[in-house]
Design a binder for this molecule. Sequence first.
Ligand code: EPZ
Length: 432
Amino acid sequence: MEQYIITGGHELHGSIPISGAKNAALGILPATLLCSGVCRIENLPQISDVRNMLDILASMGVRIRYLNKNAVEIDTTHTQNVPTPYEMVRKLRASYYLIGALLGRFGKAEVALPGGCDFGFRPIDQHIKGFEALGATVQITEGGIVQVEAKDGLVGASIYLDVVSVGATMNIMLAAALIKGQTVIENAAREPHIVDLANFLNTMGADITGAGTDVIKVRGVEQLHGCTYSIIPDQIEAGTYLALAAATGGAVTVTGVIPKHLESITAKLSEMGAEIEEGDDTVTVRRDSSVRMRRINLKTQPYPGFPTDMQPQFGVLMSMAEGTSILTEGIYDNRYRYVNELRRMGAEATVDGRIAVFEGVEKLNAAPVHAPDLRAGAALIMAALCAEGTTVIDEIHYIERGYEDIVRKLKSVGAEIRLVEIPDGAALERAN
Ligand code: EPZ
């Protein structure tokens, strides 16, 4: 098993290049199935979720050729619409995009129910509502396989999403791109990765307007073609490193970003006392570590609100801010599993359903902790880099799902972090 060994307690200084957006890539890669041709995808983050998605595509006869560590050529000419490998699909929440893409291209799909980080119940009822509105029948077998088929073909429809869902918005766009007629998605999600998927589909020859607003119109086209496309920078990776700079103090610049995507995050960092400087494609956060951060209240909401994927990182900031901060999770039922780990490090916090209350402490203390999921794992790295002493973080495979080269990037700004491999037995010993 792998662990991070982190020694914290000092400021960080320097700049970090930001990789391509994980949640855009995980929609764009399956979208290549909608054409029979060759797509070249650039600025692809080198992370395990992307590698897993590419493995799933390859299992369907798709030919993958890495041009470099961040660019692939995807040839979908010989795609076979075969049931996707259960265990590969279970690893990935985003595997449900295969349903929309295969339904759009072949009129049917058979994909295992998705996996992904555990924040409580994560249904796909809105995805199913969309597929059924487009004329497909949907069944979920006892083995947890989603079987979708449009026996009489797909038809354009108007679909109102009962909840603002990133996944359902993207999945319906995928299924609708080749349907004759018009499909309208109302109450659509507006995240930057929704816009990126729509732009990619349009580069393939689709006719999608309104992405980034809550009404998206998809006018079906006869066919789509291969293309070259570069993925947008990752809003959450950038936001995580900016929050880290505010936590440790110092001055860190994230480069190759779209500052507008970071507005809700930098606004809250500024409210806590950090200094923000924006360039064309950079954002810098400065903070004097001798002055404590100010308390804030925060609620996570769909874009352009404050992103839920930055919630654990701000829980760490609040645990050290002066005074009492109130954090409300507006998207998921249970995204506070990291708070128990923070308490081991000296945080004073109570959780009641979707609300967490932090009584800020001067300093966190090093302690052995487990990463419960991707963003919580990143938050624990932040806490470890603030704490005096050396912290050991287990279960780091979650973190590797979404942060490319995180050890190298952190070392480049002065963090003391190293990755160690330990025999599983030793890990069990420590746990007991
Ligand atoms: C995407 O998940 C992201 N994952 C998540 O990022 C992110 O937290 C989430 O969007 C919200 O921004 C990927 O893009 C792979 P949703 P998704 O559908 O699509 C409920 C990360 O850290 N809902 O927008 O699954 C759902 O339970 C990950 O990168 C339904 O009720 O999220 C949740 O409460 C974690 N029915 C809310 O909507 C549905 O059919 C938002 O979910 C679908 C969702």
